[in-house]
Design a protein around this ligand. Structure first.
Ligand code: AMP
Length: 425
């Protein structure tokens, strides 16, 4: 075990962050907005554990993928179980669908979920080891309209960032079509093996599809002439893909067919897509989310039949980073009031009043302090409060309270019975 210095221990682990103040609030508001839109489109919430049996991801996401080969946080419990901190959501939600026999319910089932996910990646801007995703899944449908519904809901959520969003989309066909294409691709890359980047040379045998979206300059050149998967699709797959594109046209969702788009997870079939935004130079920046169809995942996990499904995962950290300043603000902002009570009895009354006042509309900051009143005004100002309530001995006797505006310095005396009404003005 690495021995850590006190300085190391007092820092969050690499690639993991604390959220408080504005960063906490933005994330919370993002999830609230996303959940609201998902519910609008008929999705309902699901929450699976943070830990799953390691095999769920080994089988589901697949060996040979970056996630499984390099990025999983695995642990062994005292009882000898091998568990993994979830690196993504889809395999776990499918596990839940199978476990609870959801196949007997009216299909499809539509779920949303969100929260922390864990990938042991090299941390950099927009890339974390504890990342946050918002996911959507439609399980038990082979209807291309459901691919469109997933894309539309994701698109609507991303539009809330205030940025222009474009969908990159492709079809990677069914397993047979893909297997045949992979053979073709391997043969092509073997011919050009020495012209490829070093990492890509190793991928020829393990995961040739990944070479297609390589960032390596020499590989990129070779890729210009690589065979395209779209050309290997059979009629049925081609029609399915065209149907998805027709729906996107009907919905006016801007998309671009990207033949090199394959995505890094094993379970995808047919539709795969990614959301990107255009940065100020008009260049594509990295993906804000993506997803696709995974008709074979249930069987890969050991279920006795296929459950055709489609889903997406949005990268919450990146979305918040690129979003306009005014996005994901509090919708119904509560009125914030600083509450000064003077002395023990007044503190007690302040606590009781906080319980009585309507918490949907008011956010009370109970000072409960024995500092001089002047110091308390200073503190309220520093914390950005405009409205202050003051409750002292006299007010208690008279069943009143003082409401003071720190900006205008005006104050008035209010009967306690009218307090809620006055504060909401
Ligand atoms: P994936 O589950 O790999 O399809 O990722 C979906 C989205 O999650 C990506 O498009 C990114 O926006 C986001 N994402 C993936 N990995 C990370 C990471 N390590 N840190 C931050 N965001 C990530």
């Amino acid at each position: 075990m690495n021995k850590k210095s006190t300085k190391d221990i007092l820092q969050a682990p690499r690639g993991m962050r604390d959220f408080f103040g504005n960063t906490f609030q933005k994330r919370k508001n993002f999830f609230r907005t996303a959940e609201g839109l998902a519910e609008h489109y008929g999705f309902s919430g699901i929450e699976t554990p943070i830990l799953e049996h390691t095999e769920v991801f080994l089988k589901g996401v697949g060996e040979g993928t970056d996630i499984v080969d390099k990025e999983m946080y695995n642990l062994e419990t005292a009882g000898g179980d091998r568990l993994t901190l979830r690196p993504e959501g889809t395999a776990a939600v499918m596990r839940a669908y199978i476990e609870h026999g959801m196949g007997t319910l009216p299909q499809p089932l539509m779920f949303y979920y969100g929260g922390p996910f864990f990938r042991h990646e090299k941390p950099q801007k927009g890339r974390y080891r504890q990342l946050y995703q918002f996911g959507l899944e439609i399980m038990g449908s082979k209807n291309p309209a459901h691919d469109a519904l997933i894309i539309q809901t994701g698109y609507e959520i991303l539009k809330q960032s205030g940025k222009e969003i474009i969908v990159g989309i492709n079809s990677i066909g069914n397993n047979n079509e893909r297997a045949q294409y992979i053979q073709e691709l391997k043969a092509f890359y073997k011919k050009h093996e020495h012209e490829l980047g070093e990492t890509d040379q190793k991928r020829i045998e393990t995961n040739p599809l990944r070479i297609l979206d390589s960032k390596d300059a020499s590989t990129k050149k070779i890729n210009e002439n690589a065979p395209e998967l779209l050309n290997s699709l059979g009629m049925e797959s081609r029609i399915f893909f065209d149907d998805v594109l027709d729906y996107l046209d009907m919905l006016n969702i801007p998309y671009e067919v990207v033949p090199s788009l394959v995505r890094g997870l094993d379970y995808y079939e047919h539709t795969v897509f990614e959301f990107v935004t255009l940065d100020t130079q008009g260049e594509k920046s990295h993906a804000l989310g993506g997803g696709g169809r995974y008709d074979g995942l249930a069987e890969t996990l050991g279920h006795n039949k296929a459950i055709p499904s489609v889903g997406l995962g949005l990268g919450v950290d990146r979305i918040i980073e690129i979003a306009d300043e005014e996005s994901f603000q509090d919708e119904n902002e509560q009125k914030k009031v600083f509450f000064i009570s003077l002395g023990k009895e007044a503190h007690g009354r302040a606590l009781a009043l906080a319980r009585e006042l309507n918490s949907d509309t008011l956010q009370l900051h109970l000072a409960l302090s024995d500092q001089k009143i002047g110091k308390q005004f200073e503190r309220a100002e520093k914390l950005g409060f405009e409205q202050v309530l003051i409750l002292g001995e006299n007010e208690i006797k008279e069943n009143t309270i003082i409401l003071k505006n720190l900006k205008t310095r005006k104050q008035k005396i209010i009967f306690l019975d009218n307090l809620q009404e006055e504060l909401e003005k």
